[in-house]
Unconditional design. Sequence first.
Length: 90
Amino acid sequence: RRSMTEYHNILWDLGYPTSWEDPKIRELLLYNNRTPIEAWYEWRDLRILDEVQWYGWFIDYWMEGGLLRDVFTHRLVTLDHWNAIMLNPF
């Protein structure tokens, strides 16, 4: 019920990271401060539809036994394509 809100709060605490290294600096700050409601509304209005699509893709991946699909088109992909997406997500 609150998974997207909590997901946003974690991203906010981490400073909305854009690489794998960025969050390492801030991970001790998780849940130290309450996220401003305005930050939630701004993120929600900008990102929610993309995040819901990503979340659905993630559920499909596990429900289909790890079937390799493109995150955006949901078409089957090769292992090389998959690795390019997963190793460079930002």
